[in-house]
Design a protein around this ligand. Sequence first.
Ligand SMILES: *[C@@H]1O[C@H](CO)[C@@H](O)[C@H](O)[C@H]1NC(C)=O
Ligand SMILES: *[C@@H]1O[C@H](CO)[C@@H](O)[C@H](O)[C@H]1NC(C)=O
Length: 598
Amino acid sequence: MTILIRRIIGLCSAAIFLVVVFRQFSPELLEPDHRFPLANDKSSARLKQPVKWKDIPIRHPVTSIVPLPTGKPTTIPRIQHRFGVETDHNKQKRLERQQAVKEAFQHSWKGYKEHAWLQDEIAPVSGGFKNGFGQRAATLVDNLDTLIIMGLDDELKEALAALKEIDFTTSMETTLNVFETTIRYLGGLLGAYDLSETKHSILLEKATELGDMLYAAFDTPNRMPITRWNWVNAAAGGAQEALSGSLSAELGSLTLEFTRLSQLTGDDKYFDAVERISGHLLKHQNKTRIAGLFPIRVNPLQEVFNDDRSFTFGGMSDSLYEYLPKQWLLLGGLVPKYRQMYETAIDVAKQHLFFRPMNPENQDLLVAGSLSTSLSGNVKLIPEGQHLACFAGGMVGMGAQIFNRSEDLRVARQLVNGCIWAYDSMPSGIMPEIYRLVPCPTYQCRWDEGVWKSAAQFDAGMGRDQTPDEIIKDDRLPPAFTQLIDPRFLLRPEAIESVFILYRITGDHELLEAAWRMFDAIRTATKTEFAYSSIADVTAPKGLPTKKLDSCESFWMSETLKYFYLIFSEPHVVSLDEYVLNTEAHPLRRPQVENSWF
Ligand SMILES: *[C@@H]1O[C@H](CO)[C@@H](O)[C@H](O)[C@H]1NC(C)=O
Ligand SMILES: *[C@@H]1O[C@H](CO)[C@@H](O)[C@H](O)[C@H]1NC(C)=O
């Protein structure tokens, strides 16, 4: 097939994909479907009194609880490189960089403290605040462990005191996003608990309080959780059932936090709740339209997992895959299905999902794209890159280490290089949220400017009456990029996350240099008076003013700055052989072979 035909097909499937994505983002579709009467829905959410979730009768009790595995954890191969002694020169450079990251954190924290304390987020341009996560101090809870890692003891003390006043049994949002609440809040509390030397009991108390609230979202006839959950209805004893449409990542990325809560409290019910989801994933993995991969949208109500034809490691499915090897680690290698599911998925991803982009330097890169299947079942590559999909390099690297898949280490490096290259390619030095490239028709391919230019014209669409050169100039497309579908940068962590993990695995200094270039570009483009802000367009040349979007999600400090800080820290700080990080970068303690469970 010629490249052009491939591209036409690619474009059609991209259009279908975008429609699908759009629909999936559209809020009405994600609202719970109110087919049966809800109990007395109070639309202004927060009830005056805390809810005693433990005392609300369970409507759909389980007949038996799946317990945590017992026994001695298996010996898991080492993840981290054996780092040698550091030279004075390297140490000094590293510490200067670490200090620069810490200053960026302190600037952000100061803005949060002075302008948004106990709110979910700071609005970094206007100096106001935002509450998208139920107004329970998302940024504070998300950053307790960052404060510990950076040694900011006074700030930690103050944050822990404030934590006592936060009610985790209710939310200002009537419809609670179970996934976001789990990864940010529950993960934040557990990560801080696991990392702190003085185990502050308040952290585990609050985690349990929140865990008991979230557990009620699983109280449905088939025990599948309601991923966008009307908790007010549940608190009032209303009927519940799972949704007919959930994003696979929202269903598949609850295991780590619930498992750790069971390990720490000794109560198996949280583990049991998520283990049931994993059972469904295992059962359906080889029956989807691309056997081995999970589609973006699944139906937990009818337990249908093979309807949707869109697949990606990017947004809406990403952390489902990330959690497979991580859950295997957290369970000390004692539950084989997580390894099996990971290895099955990654083999298919290597075959279909990862593609080599044609690039002017003829670098050996891989990008995790997206896939769709036609009605006749053909698999089609959508040659796009997403910032969210950049986590894949780190995951594949970790999988290579722990599962003895040494050939995957090269794949991991190619994926990480693909993300570094996307950063370096942009005028601002920061990669965009979503973009399109020209996939190599075969694994090897040389740069061909003509092919790139006609692809750029093609991607621009029929309506643009311009020459390829005009399109490239107007859209500020760097060579190799055929379209910037979303040119924003949202302060996201996935690229530095993978650079960090690969650095801890390989000890390669090139990765430290790449990390520093990324950090320097990001701080230059995003700094505001009150913190750091998402920006509208990464094609703005470095050093010139950027259009700021007045948004600073809690993951800026809890993930992006944490990973930058950790890569410039000594390798034993949050060692990957001692901790497994959830998808919000909260370190959960892995069982150690020598001292059994905890
Ligand atoms: C799915 O298929 C893969 C590859 O053939 C196989 O290794 C794996 O065991 C299968 N999984 C299940 C649950 O049957
Ligand atoms: C990895 O390989 C080593 C040596 O062959 C073996 O001892 C170990 O059990 C393997 N580990 C895993 C997790 O497969």
